[in-house]
Design a binder for this molecule. Structure first.
Ligand code: SF4
Length: 215
């Protein structure tokens, strides 16, 4: 099964149109940083904490004390570390001219710039590029590393192979990047878990794992 086929089969099962759709671009990027290492509900509570503290703008984060930010994002855990990351991100945005200026850069420059910000690794950079900057990037995360090899979309759980397979499925279309990441996460969380629930999986009739073609 290709990653494109995975996308086509899962998209109707997991309506993904609302993923981060209510957030501003800044709020989305901040959420991508806050969600590191925690469940989304924790990140969402931390975003609300920032909103309540009137810190949900780049200038406000840039001007705020670290302690003030840390207190607001406490629900996201590792709050002191994440406060430093948010402060660094706000300073980065000030120097870059803001998210719209970042979005106008070529994709490779966006990624390189984001990877230079403390606390932003490859997965967070890709999530920001897709959901805050409107890009067509593959988001290679733990769920993609689990699901794509199982369904036979890649031979091995290597990030570069997974990214290539996802990029081919995305075909340069930002909406497909958004939906692909969303459905991979949803399916890996709910059905294709560490111990897969193949008996209730809608992909079982074509999945190589259930056909005995993979381990
Ligand atoms: S059939 Fe099993 S291994 Fe294949 S995608 Fe579904 S849950 Fe995962």
């Amino acid at each position: 099964m290709t990653a494109a086929s995975l996308l086509e089969q899962l998209a109707p099962i997991y309506p993904a149109a609302d993923w981060w759709s209510s957030a501003s671009a800044l709020e989305t990027a901040v959420g991508a940083i806050l969600v590191q290492g925690v469940a989304w509900r924790n990140a969402a509570r931390a975003v609300e904490g920032l909103r309540a503290a009137r810190l949900l703008t780049a200038p406000a984060l840039d001007a705020a004390d670290l302690g003030e930010i840390a207190a607001a994002v406490r629900p996201a855990l590792y709050h002191s570390q994440k406060a430093r990351y948010l402060k660094a991100f706000a300073a980065f945005l000030r120097a870059a001219g803001g998210l719209p200026a970042l979005a106008a850069l070529p994709r490779s420059q966006q990624r390189q710039a984001l990877l230079g910000v403390p606390g932003i690794g490859a997965e967070t950079a890709a999530a920001i590029m897709v959901y805050a900057l409107g890009g067509a990037e593959p988001v290679v995360d733990a769920y993609a590393r689990r699901l794509l090899p199982r369904v036979g979309a890649v031979a091995r759980a290597h990030d570069s192979e997974i990214a290539d397979a996802m990029r081919a499925a995305i075909g340069g279309v930002p909406e497909r990047a958004r939906v692909l990441h969303a459905v991979v996460v949803e399916h890996a969380r709910s059905i294709c878990r560490k111990v897969p629930r193949c008996e209730v999986c809608p992909l079982a009739v074509t999945c190589p794992r259930t056909l005995g073609e993979t381990g």
